[in-house]
Design a protein around this ligand. Sequence first.
Ligand SMILES: [Zn+2]
Ligand SMILES: [Zn+2]
Length: 793
Amino acid sequence: MDAYEPHRIEAKWQRVWDDADAARVDEPDPSKQKSYVVAMWPYPSGTLHMGHVLVYTIGDVLTRFRKRQGMEVLHPIGFDSFGLPAENAAIRDGIHPFESTERNIETITQSMRRMGWAFDWSRLIAAHEPTYYVWNQWLFLKLYEAGLAYRKGAPVKWCPKDQVVLANEQVHDGRCEYCGTEVIAKNLEQWFFRTTAYAQEMLDELDNLDWPERIKAAQRNWIGRSEGAEIQFRVDELQQDVAVFTTRPDTLYGATFFVLAPEHPLVERLIERSPNGEELRTYVQRAAAKRGEERAAAEEKTGVFTGFFATNPVNEARIPIWVADYVLMDYGTGAIMAVPAHDDRDRAFAETFDLPVVAVIDEDDRLVDSAQFTGMPAEEGKRAIVEWLGERDCATPAISYRLRDWGWSRQRYWGTPIPIVYCDGCGTVPVPYEELPVLLPHIDDFRPRGIAPLAGAEEWVRTTCPSCGGAAKREVETMDTFVDSSWYFLRYTDPHDSEAPWRRDLADYWNPIDQYIGGVDHATMHMIYARFFMKALNDLGLIGFREPFAAFFANGWVNLGGTKMSKSKGNVIGPDELLDRYGADAVRLYILFIGPANEDMDWTDDGVEGMVRFTRRLWRLVSTAAESASREAPPVNELSRKAHETIVRVTDDVGRRQSFHTAISAVIELLNELSRAGAGDPAARFAAETAVALIQPYAPHVCEELWQKLGHERLWESPWPVADESQLQRDTFELVVQVNGKVRDRFEVEATLEEEELVARALASPKVQQHIDGAQVRKTIVVPRKLVNVVVG
Ligand SMILES: [Zn+2]
Ligand SMILES: [Zn+2]
């Protein structure tokens, strides 16, 4: 038997696949079921890390599995090469982003090829190439014409070090996510997309998507819908009404003070007139730098009295107006009527500042001390009060969303130029389509410095107005990288088109993505923005569907020694050194064997050594079977039955349950059985072939080599094994798993399993884990050969 040499074998098969264009899809074959598999494209901000290894191995396993199941699978890759990650890497390394980006793309591409990931390289795209970003500009013009893109002044969070606007979720403990610098508040003109136009639809359609429940919950929370009423409070001194959104109009008679968010537009006017002006101004500046959720959740309540009063429209009571940071501008109207008797945060505030507390709802949920509404049940009171105020033009029923329009322009260099010019005579003028692309000029001083670096490219900025021919200036801000990633999966379907961003029939054929894979950290921003784009593009008649991601797999974090790998902690291991040490197959196997791929995992050297031993054992057992096992058709015996059972388990684990680690365990069990039976067993050859055929999506190189030893060709396009039902009888049953009495998963298990093992299998199910959601398992109830009920809470 020849020795197992992973490096030689891997290089050999990678060449063969390249020569055979094994991963390439040209015109799709309409007789096959299509499957579009996309793992989120990487930022080329350095080299690959283990998180990439995880996400792309999942995509590759599903791609190889589905191809062999007879599907037409498109599995492309590209680079999210514009934006802060790539630009910050360039600044860190002291290299111009044009150069560092190209260099990083080359390095990462080499690692990707060494990992044996079957991407269709003929479709490679990169966001920083004009052939890509010209279509960002084209799409922007379409959205602008449709009124879905606009410019307005807005308060923003600003990182003084990175010199850039940050989104709320890029701020942690008042500090910048990228550099840790304390964030300050600023008022800036910015470009927005009207994401709020689709808030309700985005919420409704979540029900139809095959996504993990926690991702749906994150989006629901992000969109944040609530029903209530908008109520006008009069501020006499300013001769102005201020609107409040409340879900509890039934508590209006209990309002004892009024609170404005520090960012509320009225605050500036109050500061000018208030005796507490200076104190207010300092407070507002401090509050603006803090992150919204932290402000809202803070135990200790802070605030400043403005010296002004608002009139409650139900009873003409004058209540004091405070500015306090537990009220957020990006929820409701940024102003609240505070009802300390019936709201915890209002109560905490009232206790801190000694403000009155007036109860207006009793234990029976009826209104008290509420004039003519006294005695009404609360639900009825809500409607009645809003109706009564409505007749006086002081209230309207309203729905509020937390979702805000997406501000996406950046005062940075490394991004798509926005195709807009400013003309003294004509104002804001879009660049005509035939003049696209507006190329990003190559400037030496690309570093951020408070104003957009492109402002320094004077020749580039100076232009003529497309409308009147007079002198005009170009927009100097660039697009955020999330614009690039909102539609890249459409471009993959027609990546080299120079006439259009995509061919409608191709985009419609492949989309929506059948399996999207990526980190939980993109569950809100990126995946909200992409959904917005699809709905808008559908309304513009550019595509024939409205949702981008039919199914989503959210992968876990890869930790090392119990902590998240990060450069600052110095505990990063890259795939390249692992490839040198162990080869691709062992690394691919291990990253999926550590545990459920949708949970956080801990990488250990011992673990990967274990997978190296597994590949050697596979090599030895299969080589021996290839050399000496009988070539007769396999009989029905224990080993053949085990092989058929394994086919069922692996097919179910990889295909339906996406439980990648248990599929590897199943093949290990089959090898144990083969080892025990020996090459003399009449089913030994069949068992060896089955093991190789089933583990191929994980370890494609060694399996291809062994397949050849077994006398076959081109495993990568051979049909996926199908179990012989007659050999399965009584050997397995369908286990139903419930969580608190609700069915959460069902899958095949061996009939021989003890109760303990059944419980272990039940708890290993990602779907079950998702519903347990970290809660304490109180007990498990097992009905033999039928069911496991997990009781939590
Ligand atoms: Zn920063
Ligand atoms: Zn003009």
